[in-house]
Design a protein around this ligand. Structure first.
Ligand SMILES: C[S@@+](CC[C@H](N)C(=O)[O-])C[C@H]1O[C@@H](n2cnc3c(N)ncnc32)[C@H](O)[C@@H]1O
Length: 187
């Protein structure tokens, strides 16, 4: 069987997943951006009334469809960020973005999109943040995973620039970096 080129859940996935479990409320409408295997979308589907899960990588979409085949409240599609998502007013949007700064931008395999955050590690995340206000419901939250390698202070300034408040709600030290989950609030 062909091995799919999809991000394997790791410490970052588990930290975000744990935080999503804490913040998740019954009956909400949720979006899992960059779903990969669909693990976080699966957690969301336990309480959400509806979950949309998207990934730019077609192999991730295929795998998430297989993994979540029994979940009737999950819709999975291929999308570059919000491009193919018509719905608005999500109460919770989770995103574990590709956050590593990578100097060589010539690598083209789909799996590269799982961790390659451009030269500064913030390329996809900032594109996501620029569109967030169109998709988050009033009172809604977005949980994003970043690392000390992603220059957290610049990410926090960007969140203020787009008009939202934030709070760091989880942290975990691993090897040479510290992972953190930022809760962005649309208040
Ligand atoms: C670090 S992986 C996280 C995967 C999964 N959510 C997890 O936590 O294990 C980042 C994911 O974002 C996807 N991705 C990268 N750029 C994207 C984009 N522009 N739009 C949608 N998904 C994207 C990648 O294909 C990859 O599956």
């Amino acid at each position: 069987m062909k091995q799919k080129e999809v991000y394997t859940p790791a410490e970052d996935t588990y930290l975000l997943n744990k935080t999503v479990k804490k913040e998740l409320k019954e009956g909400i409408k949720a979006l899992d951006m960059g779903t990969g295997t669909g693990l976080i979308a699966d957690t969301l589907s336990d309480k959400a009334q509806k979950v949309v899960a998207v990934d730019i990588n077609p192999e991730a979409v295929e795998l998430a469809e297989e993994n979540l085949a029994t979940k009737n409240n999950v819709e999975i599609k291929q999308s570059d960020l919000f491009n193919e998502i018509n719905e608005t007013n999500f109460d919770l949007i989770s995103f574990n973005p590709p956050y590593l700064p990578i100097k060589d931008q010539k690598i083209k395999e789909p799996i590269n999109k799982a961790w390659n955050g451009g030269k500064t590690g913030k390329k996809t995340l900032f594109r996501f943040l620029d569109q967030l206000n169109k998709k988050l419901s009033p009172g809604g939250i977005s949980l994003i995973l970043i690392s000390t390698l992603t220059e957290p202070n610049k990410v926090k300034s960007k969140i203020k620039d787009i008009g939202f408040d934030y709070e760091v709600v989880s942290k975990k030290k691993i090897f040479f970096e510290e992972l953190m989950v930022i809760k962005i609030k649309n208040i």
